[in-house]
Design a protein around this ligand. Structure first.
Ligand code: NI
Length: 260
């Protein structure tokens, strides 16, 4: 099906080594295929790479931040670095930041919470939205964003929680991002959530190179696959893909208001 509207991939890690062999070709192709993409950082190095891509390609934007799986290496002075980078015209968010209670070898949970809250405070200080990662930490996450998230906007990327938690997050003003996992056969519960998210709070993403949507599951993901995610969402919601894609691009520019 040919659509006029182009998808915006609100979350893709193009700095990953998966793209080392052909990154420039991938970016050149994407330029003709998608509306834009946001490359979030996970530490100093990946944040800087994201800024580099954003400076090179007009349709690419960067976010800077420390991912919960990386915060063991984060130093206090790194917060000042993030603050400096946040002033760059193409740095549109602080992220990805959050909590990950899935892996046992992650940073200790108290340290994850401390670094997460510090980065929420930074986002408020510099006036940028946040890109949040929440894996198996829904209880603590909800408590922290309700208490520490005042005056902040942001997205829960690759949302994986319950409908109940989704309603709480929507009430707090957050957007929800959906990716390839919403197309998986066993994701019935997630599609139920997807059906209930208001149209003006919905973002699409790939989380490339991971979580490749059906029917390409298992292969390297690609920001152009955002189209498959959006088409599946339209099917689930019983609406026209064209309309939903246009609306989600609008949502991207409303949340990340440095994007033109
Ligand atoms: Ni990510």
């Amino acid at each position: 099906m040919m659509l006029k509207a182009r998808v915006f991939d609100s979350h893709a890690h193009m700095d990953c080594p998966h793209y080392d062999a052909d990154r420039e070709e991938v970016f050149a192709r994407l330029r003709g295929e998608i509306d834009g993409l946001i490359n979030p950082g996970c530490d100093n190095e990946s944040s800087l790479k994201a800024i580099g891509y954003a400076e090179t390609y007009d349709f690419v934007y960067a976010a800077v931040g420390w991912h919960p799986q990386e915060v063991l290496r984060m130093q206090d002075e790194d917060l000042a670095r993030l603050e400096e980078w946040s002033g760059h015209p193409k740095v549109v968010a602080i992220g990805e930041i959050g909590l990950d209670y899935y892996y046992d070898d992650c940073a200790p949970r108290p340290l994850q919470r401390k670094r997460f809250i510090e980065q929420l405070d930074l986002a408020r200080k510099v006036g940028l939205p946040v890109i949040i990662h929440d894996r198996d930490a829904h209880g603590d996450m909800l408590e922290i964003v309700a208490r520490e998230g005042k005056g902040l906007s942001g997205v829960f990327h690759c949302y994986s929680g319950s409908l109940e938690t989704a309603r709480e997050l929507l009430k707090l003003g957050f957007y929800l991002g959906f990716g390839g996992s919403s197309t998986f056969k066993n994701a019935q519960k997630l599609r139920e959530v997807l059906k209930h998210v208001p149209e003006d709070r919905l973002l699409f993403e790939t989380d490339s190179p991971y979580l490749t949507p059906m029917p390409y599951r298992g292969r390297r993901n690609d920001p152009a696959h955002t189209l498959l995610v959006a088409q599946n969402a339209a099917l689930v919601r019983g609406v026209e893909p064209e309309e939903l894609i246009r609306k989600s691009s609008e949502n991207v520019r409303k949340l990340f208001d440095k994007i033109r």
